[in-house]
Each structure stands twice: as structure tokens, then as C-alpha cells.
Design a protein around this ligand. Sequence first.
Ligand code: TMP
Length: 237
Amino acid sequence: MEKKEQLYEGKAKKVFATSDPALVIVSYKDDATAFDGLKKGTIAGKGVVNNRMTNMMMRLLEKSGVPTHFVEELSDRETVVKKVSIVPLEVIVRNVSAGSFAKRYGVEEGIPFDEPTVEFSYKNDDLHDPLLNDSHALALHLATKEEIALIKSYALRVNEVLEGYFLSLGVRLIDFKLEFGRLQDGTIVLADEISPDTCRFWDAATGEKLDKDRFRRDLGGVEEAYREIFKRVTEKD
Ligand code: TMP
């Protein structure tokens, strides 16, 4: 399989065609953005952490019954994945109040929920990824009823698996964002990444943030946080 032309460049990744039309290569950058690209920066080494950590999570999830786009890690920054068309929904699972949930509903951060919440945003930067419910997603033809039900059940399964996994590393999984894609034949698979860019990780003992909130909120120690969570994940592997 040969790497061919660049198909797409996003905020944190590039996607390349390959000689196999069913496969693409994802290349992770160190570029970081927040607030729909308004805030820009670089996090040295982030691409390596996010690529390798995502692949470890995808392998773990495949074993746990969640189909994913993952095929093969090529290098520190590059991975072969199945080509999908992305369902334009950001699927957010939360175990503890934080971020936009705390802000929207006027509660403090850090309140654990009795049950995890699942929410959808419409993946559209121009509209600032507005929150939407199932019937809105159906009205906009973003996904079918069956796809929405499947996506929700996969998202909750991902939460079950990852919450326990991170707790074993001394890390609380506060919330995270998933994206799903459709293969050629319509099969729904987990796509995109699972990394400190897309999850909130709090150290279980100290509450220290080990994720992109350090960049979003100018907390300092951004590279160190990515290195620390990566160290815990790789030492466990
Ligand atoms: P939120 O509290 O800002 O809605 O974020 C919820 C989770 O989603 C958090 O773990 C960070 C992640 N996230 C993304 O992956 N991409 C985004 O664009 C945003 C806003 C959040």
C-alpha cells in the first residue's frame, strides 16, 4: 500500500489517499486550536501522543466489541485507517460536570453524575457545533434512527471500557467526544481520535488536569500533561 495525494487537512490532522481506495493514512500534527480555531498554538509532541494513544484505545475498543476504523500504525505520527464518510455529529459522553455542560446549566465543575450523559452536537464550525437532539439530527438527515441508536450504544460501551481502563491508571475520565463514520457498505464504525485533545482526564489523586484544557485555559504545563498521560498509558501497555 502506497501513500498518495493529500485529501484533506484539518486542524490537528492530515489525511492522505493510498493505493487502496478503501484505506487512507491519517497524519497527526502538533497544531492545536480551540474555540473553533480562534485560539491557535502548537503543542510539541502532541501528534505522536495522540496518534499512539488513539491507536491503543482503538485496539482496546475493538477487543471490547466496538468496531473502529483502525487498521495499522505506520509510525509515530501516521496510521492507516479505513476510509469512512464521517457522520456530522460530535458525540459527547460525560461522567462528571465540566466544560460546556457546567457553563450551559450553571453548575460547578466536578459534580459526578448518577448515570453518564450522551449528547450530540452538529459538527459545523461556522455554526459553532450547536447542541442538537435526536429529532433534530433526523430532521437534518444527519443519521437514521437506527444509526443514532447504534451510535449511542457504542458511545456508552466506549465509556464503560475507557472509564475503567483510565481509573486503573489513576485517572478519572470526566468526559470525551467521539466521531463515527460509515464504511462504503454503510457499516457504522468509531472513527477520528481518542486523545487528550478529545477527552478530559483528571488525576484521580490530585485532580490535576492532564488534557487539552491546559491549552484552552492557559493553565501552563501543556506538553507535560500530554507526556504524563501518555506515560501512564504506555507503561500499562
Ligand atoms: P465541552 O465540555 O467543551 O462540550 O467538551 C466536552 C468534551 O469534548 C471534552 O472532553 C473536550 C471534547 N471536545 C472536543 O473533542 N472537540 C471540541 O471541539 C470541543 C468543544 C470539545
